[in-house]
Design a binder for this molecule. Structure first.
Ligand code: SF4
Length: 336
């Protein structure tokens, strides 16, 4: 998954959350996490245990994501993501290339999971996501990674490509809570999630960081391994994410993210990503004040050179057009 490269204010100001209110924004929920991340209350009530148990059941005929492969991952069967019920983690560390509200002084506490359910032909991390590089890890080890990142001063646990390992994350989170974890989880996804899975994360995840990659199902089909229902799936899950956490809230002098939706959108050459439609959709269906990172760092990687339209970076002209579309749509919280 791509990370934000440069953080400058193009239209709005970094981390501001006090722009003009829209009718939809007024429906966003108040933050319940003034005492810490919301998963702590779920664990105390016993609800987190119940969620963990029901998420593990899904792996018996896997429908964690919109691929709905129906394989029994406990028996070693593999679907499109090529993952069994075992957990593989490529690496973990403090990462300074993410959006500023996630990074702060000590970096975002990033965990890179091996494999992926989307499998874009232009993947920048294809060794991890397509080839599945990374060692098998126990849940105790994942919990230790989370606690180690917190001990380093990271203000969040940034779960990169989490969709196919949601049950493992919740199980490890429960172990980490016992060890004193108290920083929010960031669900850093390529945007191809299943609505039921995101609903199961209500109160577990405080910061959602989805990339809305395509507006055209035929293009998602072509460039992301047959994911032709990507636009509908991403639209439905991002609305649900916003319903759960609302606009970005920050805390402290440095403006560290505490809770909220942070959208990403990777701009592609020839407007393959449908950026004009994307910015209009955000303004109309989510909120004009949604924190939105328009990412200009696309570069052809992996098999992108097999497709002439995506075999180059975006041009200066395309970038200026994107900024004009965002301004025209009325988005106020743009990072680029
Ligand atoms: S998580 Fe993997 S096995 Fe499960 S539905 Fe998605 S791609 Fe298929």
């Amino acid at each position: 998954m791509a990370s934000a490269a440069v953080s400058i204010c193009a239209i709005g100001c970094r981390g501001q959350t006090n722009g003009s209110k829209t009718a939809k924004e007024n429906k966003a929920p108040p933050s319940p996490n003034s005492e810490g991340p919301s998963y702590l209350a779920l664990e105390r009530s016993g609800e987190l245990k119940r969620r963990e148990e029901s998420l593990w059941e899904v792996l018996k005929s896997c429908s964690l994501c919109p691929r709905e492969c129906g394989v029994n991952r406990f028996n070693g069967e593999k679907g499109v993501c090529k993952s069994t019920a075992e957990l593989k983690v490529h690496s973990a560390g403090a990462h300074f290339g993410e959006e500023w509200p996630l990074v702060g002084m000590n970096g975002s506490g990033t965990v890179f999971f091996s494999s992926c359910n989307l499998l874009c032909c232009f993947c920048q991390n294809w060794e991890i996501n397509h080839r599945g590089d990374g060692p098998l890890r126990s849940h105790d080890e994942l919990a230790s990674m989370m606690l180690g990142l917190q001990a380093k001063g990271c203000k969040n646990i940034n779960l990169v490509t989490p969709t196919h390992v949601v049950p493992h994350i919740v199980k490890s989170l429960r172990i980490a809570i016992k060890g004193g974890l108290k920083v929010p989880l960031v669900y850093n996804t390529g945007g191809y999630d299943r609505l039921e899975t995101i609903k199961a994360l209500d109160g577990i995840v405080d910061i959602y960081l989805p990339d809305f990659k395509y507006q055209d199902g035929a293009l998602a089909d072509k460039y992301s391994n047959g994911a032709k229902n990507y636009p509908e799936a991403a639209a439905a899950t991002i609305k649900e994410m916003y319903r759960q956490v609302g606009n970005l809230e920050t805390t402290g002098l440095t403006g560290i993210a505490k809770r909220g939706l942070m959208l990403r959108h990777l701009i592609m050459p020839h407007n393959i990503a449908g950026t004009d439609k994307f910015v209009k959709w955000v303004a109309k269906e989510i909120s004009k004040d949604t924190y939105t990172n328009l990412m200009d760092q696309y570069r052809p990687e992996h098999r992108a050179f097999e497709y002439p339209k995506i075999a180059r970076r975006i041009s200066e002209k395309e970038w200026k057009q994107v900024l004009a579309w965002a301004k025209e749509a009325g988005l106020t919280q743009i990072e680029s």
